[in-house]
Design a protein around this ligand. Structure first.
Ligand code: SF4
Ligand code: SF4
Length: 199
């Protein structure tokens, strides 16, 4: 139970008095264990009844891998490179994602290209997925919408080397990433609205 002194003076220290007078059984976690078992049993029998009768089934079970959850658009799976219709990456090898990555798992070697759209492209673009923590900072840093967080999470491997994804492994057609790109554009729009309104 907490008793806090609520009058706050800026810069002052708030003293919080904790009353932790636990009984013998509480110190053995007996009431907490009984409470947990009660909740678990209630769900178990309710779902068992629903499973047998086919009615009022309240559990949420996905028969993975036959069934998949449709993740929310904000979900961050493995980062991938957006591929243009030509199959080339949209990336211009600016290196911002490499710089932003907190785990240093992105390796880019820029090179020149003959195409009219851009002058630079990544000759090498590798991500060491064994170090990636799916934070999405590379996606945020990218000025070209060229690297985005996909829905892919099934990237287990037996060998550490197999977690090293090369450019060709990372390229995903733009059409397949439409949901994520639309989500990001919506987020950017939302973030810029207050600034625009204040102008
Ligand atoms: S998601 Fe985070 S850790 Fe993974 S490559 Fe991007 S910035 Fe690095
Ligand atoms: S920030 Fe974007 S454009 Fe720049 S190197 Fe990374 S993926 Fe390519």
């Amino acid at each position: 139970m907490f008793h806090a002194i609520v009058r706050v003076v800026p810069g002052s220290v708030i003293k919080v008095r904790r009353e932790e007078k636990l009984g013998f059984l509480e110190r053995l976690y007996v009431p907490a264990i009984a409470k947990g078992l009660r909740v678990t049993s209630r769900h178990f029998f309710r779902n068992l009844r629903g499973f047998v009768t086919g009615k009022r089934r309240t559990d949420f079970v996905v028969q993975y891998p036959e069934e998949r959850v449709d993740y929310a658009d904000a979900f961050r799976g493995m980062p991938v490179l957006v591929a243009l219709e030509s199959g080339e990456p949209r990336c211009v090898a600016c290196g911002l994602c490499e710089f932003a990555c907190p785990t240093d798992c992105i390796t880019i070697v820029p090179g020149e290209t003959e195409t009219a759209r851009i002058e630079r492209h990544p000759e090498v673009f590798d991500i060491d997925m064994s170090r990636c923590m799916f934070c999405g900072l590379c996606e945020e840093a990218c000025p070209e919408e060229a690297i985005v967080m996909s829905r892919e999470v099934e990237i287990a491997a037996y060998r550490r080397d197999d977690m090293y994804f090369r450019k060709q492994d990372l390229l995903v057609p733009e059409a397949l990433l439409k949901r994520r790109l639309d989500f990001l554009r919506g987020e950017y729009r939302r973030a810029s609205e207050p600034a625009e309104a204040g102008e």
